[in-house]
Design a protein around this ligand. Structure first.
Ligand code: GLU
Length: 442
């Protein structure tokens, strides 16, 4: 069987780490099995969905390297939903109900006062044709509910949770279509999963109950159900709901921090699993060994700082070709390799590059002035080659008797204007003879 997965965001806001993780796991499952990964835009909520959000979702996925093999938009597929809706109405599985929100609220209050769960009482199933006609004459339009089969528990083998059960009798018959004719999430999602040939539905555990309902919808529509995998939700560092702090975790914020896509993917692929979070230079490196067997059931905690910390390690792995377009002009592969170990993010290369090629204010303590003058004089006499730092400092040591910190720190200060940074042996050839002599003697 060829695996087909889908990522189904609602384009009502920027992607955040929670739904990016869902996208990533769907992508990994598909890629690991030479399957297909599809993007489905759940834009049935016309008010809250926007083209700008659709564009941002596509762009964020491309940035992450999670390229979909196809895309559908629910807003363009109403005819499919209408057909399925009609079939289920004809089969008696979807029925009209006329209660107003106030009437439903009142029913729930009465149930609560009797200690009963707020499950819809199915009063609409008892309406006669005359009752319905009377409501319609009043100007009421029905909303539509899917009649759950409450005879037996709904069970499935969840790829993350193991054996899963939902008691349909504890659920209200879900409303699948509003009085204005628009569809809620439940039916279109099932119709699409069937039509798109989805073999695995991978999503957050907040959808477990929906999966139970949707298993009945698959059956009612005569389709074999997909496999399900429900990922434990992510929590913030204090164990709180991520949804309360989404602004720190949306893709706009992470991208503005210049966090690499590999960082986002490396963290989100492994968090909550038994495998360690490891830096990778390419998102593809995460495909190998992907397995639902490694996922735990506990909530996984994530901190905005986890991304910045891992980002340094990822940056240290990035080859020049992968970053060249983002580096300051003139900065070549040699300079990148020298500077890379000091970076926590690629954009900081600019600052270090200025230290090599820009105007540097030398830092020389009064007590080191003579030493630096002597060092400058010696440097001017030496043949310039790649091992210049070693040859120069070896001779300076002999001449001045300085060693260790007393030898190296003043040289770094004079040449770079800083007291720390990349290896001087790599920096000096990049600074070059002319600039170096000028910084020492100027
Ligand atoms: N649009 C739904 C969501 O974002 C999709 C859920 C699903 O994967 O079916 O929660």
């Amino acid at each position: 069987m060829s695996i087909v997965t889908r990522f189904a965001p609602s384009p009502t806001g920027r992607l955040h780490v929670g739904n990016v993780r869902t996208a990533l796991i769907n992508w990994l499952l598909a890629r690991r099995n030479d399957g297909r990964f599809l993007l489905r835009l759940d834009d049935t909520d016309r008010e809250r969905s926007s083209d700008a959000h659709v564009a941002a979702i596509r762009d964020d996925l491309a940035w992450l390297g999670l390229h979909p093999d196809g895309e559908v938009r629910q807003s363009a597929r109403t005819a499919l939903y209408d057909a399925a809706f009609k079939r289920l109405v004809d089969a008696g599985r979807i029925y009209p109900a006329y209660e107003t929100p106030d009437e439903l609220g009142l029913k729930r209050k009465v149930q609560a006062s009797r200690g009963l769960p707020p499950v819809y009482d199915r009063a609409a199933l008892d309406l006669t044709d005359a009752d319905r006609a009377a409501f319609e004459a009043e100007g009421r339009r029905p909303h539509w509910r899917f009649r759950l089969d409450t005879d037996a528990a709904i069970s499935w083998h969840d790829l993350v949770r193991g054996s899963a059960h939902i008691d349909p009798a504890a659920q209200s018959d879900p409303v699948v279509r509003r009085a204005d004719g628009s569809y809620l999430y439940m039916l279109p999602s099932t119709v699409d999963d069937i039509d798109m040939g989805i073999t695995h539905v991978v999503r957050g555990e907040d959808h477990v109950t929906n999966s139970g309902v949707q298993l009945q919808l698959f059956a009612a529509l005569g389709a074999a159900p997909p496999a399900f995998a429900h990922l434990p939700l992510l929590a913030d560092a204090d164990g709180g709901k991520l949804s309360k702090r989404l602004e720190s975790f949306d893709m706009g914020t992470l991208r503005d921090l210049d966090v690499e896509p590999q960082t986002v993917a490396a963290l989100l692929a492994r968090i909550g699993t038994s495998r360690p979070v490891e830096p990778v230079a390419s998102v593809d490196a995460l495909i190998d060994g992907f397995d639902f067997g490694n996922f735990g059931r506990a909530q996984a905690r994530v901190d905005a700082e986890d991304f910045t910390a891992l980002n340094a390690k990822v940056t240290h792995l990035l080859p020049y070709d992968a970053v060249a377009a983002r580096l300051p002009s003139g900065m070549d592969a040699e300079a990148w390799t020298a500077i890379r170990p000091n970076l926590t993010r690629v954009s900081d290369a600019e600052d270090w590059w200025a230290m090599i090629a820009g105007d540097v204010e030398s830092m020389v303590l009064p007590q080191d002035r003579d030493f630096i003058n002597e060092a400058g004089g010696l440097l001017a006499e030496l043949d310039w080659s790649d091992d210049i730092w070693r040859r120069w400092t070896t001779q300076l040591k002999v001449r001045t008797g300085r060693k260790g910190k007393a030898l190296f720190m003043p040289l770094r200060g004079a040449l770079t204007g800083r007291d720390n940074g990349p290896e001087m042996a790599a920096l000096l050839p990049l600074i070059g003879r002319e600039r170096a002599i000028h910084r020492l003697t100027g």
